[in-house]
Write a new protein. Structure first.
Length: 226
């Protein structure tokens, strides 16, 4: 009786270990997938190349195509033509400098309508864009002064945050998360990171967290040796 009992208990133990291992793998995979999705949340929703965008549903019942007209050198965006069924419905006078022909449709304000996004340039501090938001009330695109030309502009599509991500070399980095409320851009939370070395060569990292709760700013800090 002892041998079959031992074999039975051994089998149960193996099954339990396998279940535990599979759960651990699944949990790790969930974390990896979640982190991957969050890290890619700032990526654009639609990539477009060349100097035009084919007829695209931008939201609601609207389908538009777009033509981006540049100067002969290709570094100045002069106008943007918005078309519906091959009919010009809006001509945007842009006159904006660009470093490359990267034209996209991105819902920057999370209202369900894709906005015109033109890459201005990228550097060590991040990328900046020229942005025209679609107004369903006016049925036309309006230039966004708040977001255009801001260095380090990113999107968190899960939380529907617009992130202002600034870098000042290795020492300083800042993330401000804002959100549109009643068509107004409002601060939600922020993270400011500082890094430096002390006299003994230790690398210190200091995080300052800020969050707006009931119109009151709460600030917390922590620091540690990395």
């Amino acid at each position: 009786m002892k041998v079959p009992l031992i074999l039975f208990l051994t089998t149960l133990l193996c099954c339990a270990c396998n279940l535990s291992t599979n759960k651990s793998i699944n949990d790790n995979q969930y974390n990896v997938d979640t982190n991957y999705a969050i890290s890619n949340a700032n990526r654009t929703l639609l990539n477009v190349s060349d100097d035009s965008i084919v007829p695209t549903k931008i939201g609601g019942w609207n389908t538009f195509s777009f033509k981006f007209n540049m100067d002969s050198a290709g570094d100045l965006l002069k106008t943007i033509g918005v078309y519906s069924s091959n009919k010009l419905v809006q001509k945007i006078i842009a006159n904006k400098d660009i470093e490359q022909n990267k034209f996209e449709l991105i819902d920057w304000n999370f209202d369900g309508y894709k906005d015109i996004s033109v890459l201005y340039g990228c550097g060590s501090g991040g990328c900046n864009y020229w942005i025209w938001n679609y107004s369903p009330k006016l049925n036309k695109y309006i230039y966004n002064k708040e977001l255009s030309e801001i260095i380090g502009l990113e999107l968190d599509t899960f939380n529907q945050y617009i992130v202002f991500h600034y870098r000042a070399g290795f020492s300083e980095e800042n993330w401000d998360s804002l959100k549109y409320k009643d068509n107004k851009l409002s601060f939600v939370k922020g993270l400011y990171r500082e890094r430096w070395k002390d006299s003994q060569g230790n690398l210190w990292v200091k995080h300052t967290f800020s969050k707006l709760i009931n119109n009151v700013m709460e600030i917390k800090t922590d620091s540690f040796i990395n």
